[in-house]
Design a protein around this ligand. Structure first.
Ligand code: SF4
Ligand code: SF4
Length: 501
């Protein structure tokens, strides 16, 4: 019926001079875009199914394929874009919410790109990280108020449990179920080799990954999937997930079709049942309630593990963080509105929350003003794209960052934003065995190690250029940043001067 027709978002351009009809693209595309016409001996394309994941483009042996944005569009209208119109058609047809994945792709300011980093010249010498020591190790957790000494003058070691990171970068929460076994295996092995941490997300911990416990953050979300004493004891830290940047204020949903086999067993739910995590924790309606859960988890693990509370960056984030810092939590993780997800309602992903840069600066300032900054460490995520973003985040007050989308890209993700379909052609956001095996964890883990090692080198170079030799000295050092093209209000919130000042 014509009224159903949705103009395809992409065009598949196949160069007939190059195509040898090898059918690689047909075999590689889980969306069934490519088919072979045996009568004509030709390949055909169903562009309506293309999500632009670039799997076929990458593997075509003769480079015959190109995917381009479909320009055959509606009459130009600055208000009613092609996307806005096709979304209306989709909802008029289905009567349902639109779903998307990964982070907010819209044209909001990226404040990382509006900040520039300082460098030493003449009067304060820079440091050459190849020749001089450079400390990228950080410890996350509550720090003691005072240095205390024993009667014999030696230091009293009374630090609460800490997470030790060789580099201030961790892999953010991604559940087994939303990503594949091989993706999890890659993250777990890479975190172990790098001396950092990966995070189970809300899917529980697969039995094969208990061996990586010392480098695992185990998450406790509102659905409590896969949470039991052994799980809590195995992790190096416990993260209470209150919110997520891609979908603040709402819960999660793994459809029954994905809750199969080990995914269901790991979550401790019946196979084929929907895994729905409620929007709130049903036992948390105040900071006092949160405090109860923080201390329940500490009690359950003999006060040996730091507890992280993860929230989405929202309008009142500084006041919320102040409450969390007083709840007994050791670390606050804040996820900005560009943070990724395996599935979120499009309208929420694209319109709810605030940029992590502004949230971080206001939280750090508030905790300092209240004299409780040392009660907690701050970890931020939700759009960290490179080493410069890490340096800027730390200079704005973060102790460390979480990365997820960047880590998935290291594993092959081409950001097609179709994770919710479960047909990830790169073997990442899928549970289909034929697709999962496309991601080789031996290669995946090495690529993650390469990525973070490369960023570590770049961080050291940038710190050396500033004449700074440790992450600790960079933390909250806003003098190392200048804004470019920002309003007075934005500069005030970020707590930085404009370039030229
Ligand atoms: S992979 Fe390339 S050469 Fe092979 S059938 Fe597809 S377009 Fe043709
Ligand atoms: S993980 Fe896979 S499905 Fe999700 S955006 Fe990346 S390539 Fe696409």
């Amino acid at each position: 019926m014509a009224i159903n027709y949705i103009v395809p978002e992409y065009e598949v351009l196949r160069d007939p001079q190059r195509c040898i009809a090898c059918r690689v693209c047909e075999r590689q595309c889980a969306n069934e875009v490519h088919t072979y016409d045996p009568e004509l001996g030709l390949m055909r394309s169903d562009e309506s199914k293309c999500v632009n994941c670039h799997r076929c483009v990458s593997l075509c042996p003769t480079h015959a394929l190109k995917i381009v944005k479909n320009e055959d569009t509606f009459k130009l209208n600055k208000n009613w874009s092609m996307q806005a119109i096709t979304e209306i058609y989709r909802q008029a047809e289905s009567g349902g919410m639109l779903l998307s994945s990964m982070g907010n792709p819209n044209d909001f300011p990226v404040y990382w790109d509006k900040m520039l980093i300082n460098a030493s010249q003449v009067t304060n010498p820079s440091i050459d990280p190849l020749r001089e020591p450079m400390e990228t190790r950080v410890y996350l957790g509550k720090k003691p108020e005072h240095v205390e000494r024993n009667a014999d003058g030696t230091l009293k070691i009374n630090t609460p449990p800490q997470l030790k990171l060789n580099v201030p970068i961790m892999f953010s929460a991604m559940s087994y179920g939303s990503i594949s076994y091989n993706a999890h295996a890659s993250l777990a092995r890479a975190a172990t080799e790098l001396g950092t941490y990966y995070n189970t997300g809300e899917g529980g911990l697969h039995k094969d990954f208990y061996q990586y416990g010392p480098h695992t953050i185990v998450q406790v979300a509102s659905g409590r999937f896969g949470v039991h004493k052994g799980y809590l004891d195995t992790g190096a830290a416990i993260e209470i997930k209150m919110g997520q940047g891609a979908k603040p204020g709402i819960g999660g949903h793994l459809p029954g079709t994905k809750s199969v086999g080990d995914v269901a067993r790991t979550r401790m739910i019946p196979e084929g049942s929907d895994a729905i995590s409620p929007a709130p924790h049903h036992d948390i309606y105040s900071i006092e309630d949160l405090r109860q859960l923080v201390y329940s988890l500490k009690e359950a693990t003999a006060y040996q593990k730091p507890v992280i509370v993860k929230i989405a960056a929202v309008h009142n984030v500084a006041a919320i963080a102040s409450g969390i810092a007083r709840s007994g939590a050791d670390i606050i993780a804040i996820d900005g509105f560009r943070g990724g997800t395996g599935a979120a309602p499009t309208r929420i992903r694209d319109n709810v929350g605030i940029p992590i840069e502004l949230a971080l600066a206001s939280v750090d300032r508030r905790l300092r003003e209240e004299g409780i900054r040392n009660n907690v460490s701050i970890v931020v995520g939700g759009s960290i794209r490179n080493a410069a973003d890490v340096v800027k985040a730390i200079a704005l007050g973060a102790d460390a960052v979480y990365i997820a989308s960047a880590a998935l890209m290291a594993l092959g993700c081409h950001l097609c934003r179709s994770c919710q379909t479960g047909k990830c052609n790169w073997g990442i956001a899928t549970q289909r065995p034929d697709l999962v095996k496309r991601l080789n964890p031996n290669i995946g883990y090495q690529r993650l190690v390469n990525l973070v090692s490369a960023w570590q080198h770049e961080i050291m170079e940038m710190m050396g250029g500033m004449g700074i030799n440790s992450i600790e000295a960079l933390k909250g050092n806003r003098l190392m940043l200048r804004g470019i093209g920002l309003t007075e209000k934005e500069l005030e919130i970020l707590g930085i001067k404009h370039a030229g000042e």
